[in-house]
Design a protein around this ligand. Structure first.
Ligand code: TRP
Length: 338
């Protein structure tokens, strides 16, 4: 009998990681993390908490440990599904550190010196310009290349590191034979570009010294209302998207991103109404989107046992995948595997 084997075309693979260096902002969520959730159906996804990257700057041990649990909880709370996607903590998968050394030996001093993030971070931490900070992109390349992804969804600030990863992969493949898929950066099309609420010419950032400039994913409803109330707008008191209205544009961008409404719909909704009404509506819409995430996050943080089981399961799965790539690379280079 003729059995037609239904082979669906293999889903493309995507991988991204996030450092556990504090609670992300609404900008991180709407601009990147929420898209990861949507990507889970169309791609075979892997997401990791990049804790090894975080120690390129000094971390307090107790706070660092808490932030690792928090970031892992948050990934689950926003809707990343461990049954659909590979979810793990980088340091729990030893192949990352091992591969980083192999790739460090295929990364040039000159290439690393040109990385803008290295230049910025060494200016900001002039007392601790360590080798890890410099070699950071080799570790990031190993995070990526171990899983053979086709795409790496990242924000624009990480594009340079993904380009370097491509160069490292191509170089390695040319010297030793094909081991790595050469991945492409995947700059999200649908991600909102959320700006600071206090200076809308700047990106919303959790490291802003003015807490009113950003919404943290952990902010409670009162804090969210207060921050939107204080958000910078203009003196025209008319809600429309236009030149010279950076503050209002940003609020419309956020409102559109959380409600799905178009700019035209928002303009007509607030026709003849002032900024007070508009800001209150934006705040309530944001509160509604964050509420279920915050509830799940709080529950997860109370159950370390569950989190650790999920971490362990992820680490085991990730180790199986990454070990295969690492062994292949070692073998091609001439190492003796026993
Ligand atoms: N460097 C990334 C950042 O700071 C985090 C990261 C580490 C990452 N490894 C990665 C992102 C691999 C994408 C793929 O945002």
């Amino acid at each position: 009998m003729d059995t037609a084997i239904q082979t669906a075309p293999r889903k493309k693979r995507a991988l991204s990681c996030i450092q556990p260096t504090g609670i992300p902002t609404l900008g991180n969520y709407l601009g990147a993390m929420r898209n990861w959730v949507n990507m889970q159906d169309d791609f075979e996804c892997a997401f990791a908490v990049a804790d090894l990257h975080a120690i390129t700057v000094r971390q307090d041990a107790a706070q660092f440990r808490r932030q690792i649990y928090e970031m892992f909880s948050l990934l689950l709370a926003i809707g990343l599904d461990p049954e659909k996607s590979l979810l793990f903590v980088q340091s729990q998968v030893p192949a990352h550190s091992e591969m980083a050394w192999l790739l460090a030996c295929h990364t040039q001093f000159g290439e690393l010196s040109r990385m803008t993030q290295f230049k910025d971070k060494s200016a900001n931490h002039a007392d601790n310009i360590n080798l890890g900070l410099f070699a950071y992109p080799s570790l990031m390349a190993s995070d990526i290349l171990l899983y053979q992804p086709d795409y790496v969804p990242v924000g624009a600030d990480q594009k340079q590191h993904v380009e370097l990863t491509r160069d490292i992969a191509e170089r390695f493949n040319n010297i030793h034979g094909k081991v790595f898929t050469v991945p492409e950066p995947y700059i999200m099309k649908s991600g909102a570009r959320v700006r600071s609420l206090q200076d809308p010419t700047k990106k919303m950032s959790k490291s802003d010294e003015n807490q009113n400039a950003y919404i943290s994913l952990k902010d409670d409803p009162d804090a969210i209302r207060r921050k939107f109330k204080r958000a910078v707008t203009d003196s025209e008191a008319r809600v429309y998207y236009g030149e010279g209205k950076d503050g209002v544009n940003n609020l419309m961008e956020i409102y559109s991103s959380v409600t799905g409404k178009t700019m035209e719909e928002i303009e007509s909704e607030f026709e003849g109404r002032g900024y007070g009404d508009f800001k209150a509506a934006v705040a309530e819409a944001v509160i509604d989107v964050l509420r279920p995430i915050q509830q799940r996050f709080d529950q997860l943080m109370k159950d370390k046992g569950y989190l650790e089981r999920m971490m362990k399961q992820g680490a085991e799965r990730a180790s199986a995948v990454s070990r295969r790539t690492l062994d292949k690379a070692l073998k091609k280079m001439g190492f003796v595997l026993v």
